[in-house]
Design a protein. Structure first.
Length: 201
């Protein structure tokens, strides 16, 4: 076989290998990406009855989101929470600076993007708060976090006085935020029940 043919075949094999590595999904994505979007799209819920029927289903995990020092510093300025354990270079029992627990909670809208089904019937959604919010393990600065969810319950709200208001539901979703930190012992960083209300178009 000519040297030129062998060289061309070797080049094709290397290109194929590089393509395979580059297209591997999920956890192989680089840490430097702020938000690494999931490649699969969430299903669509067409009405409140279908949403009620989905109770008990699990969703996720979603995309990874990087919690870097710049994000932690911006949250500290916004909330005026400048505790030293969140500062760059802090020497803590966790091996370095950690993110604010409330920063992790505030990232839930971004972390849950694409995790729950799309609500084709909803005109607006209102955040009602949290049940059993717990910060189970610290999020080290530089780690990535992502969320998984279970639909705990969906309650129909009705149309209000005179039956003239929009149809709606009250939803309770159990959320667990995990980290890619190897020292986390597989414990979630945060758990909660997130209560929201959805109103029809």
């Amino acid at each position: 076989m000519a040297h030129g043919d062998r060289g061309r075949r070797a080049t094709r094999r290397l290109a194929s290998l590089a393509s395979h590595v580059a297209t591997r999904g999920g956890d192989a994505a680089p840490r430097g990406t702020a938000v690494e979007r999931a490649s699969t799209s969430a299903p669509t819920i067409d009405g409140p009855e279908a949403w009620v029927a989905a109770a008990g289903e699990c969703f996720g995990p979603g995309a990874w989101l990087a919690v870097d020092q710049a994000r932690v510093d911006a949250f500290a300025r916004c909330t005026e929470d400048h505790q030293w354990i969140h500062r760059a270079g802090a020497v803590t029992q966790f091996g370095g600076p950690i993110a604010h627990g409330l920063l992790t909670a505030s990232l839930l809208p971004a972390l849950m993007d694409g995790v729950l089904p799309r609500m084709g019937w909803v005109a607006q959604e209102i955040n009602m708060g949290f049940n059993r919010l717990r910060f189970v393990s610290p999020v080290k600065v530089g780690a990535r976090v992502r969320a998984s969810a279970k639909l705990v319950s969906v309650r129909r709200l009705g149309k209000g006085a005179g039956g003239k208001g929009p149809d709606g539901t009250e939803t309770v979703v159990s959320v667990a935020v995990s980290t890619d930190d190897e020292d986390s012992d597989a414990k979630p960083a945060m758990t909660c029940e997130w209560v929201t209300r959805q109103y029809a178009r």
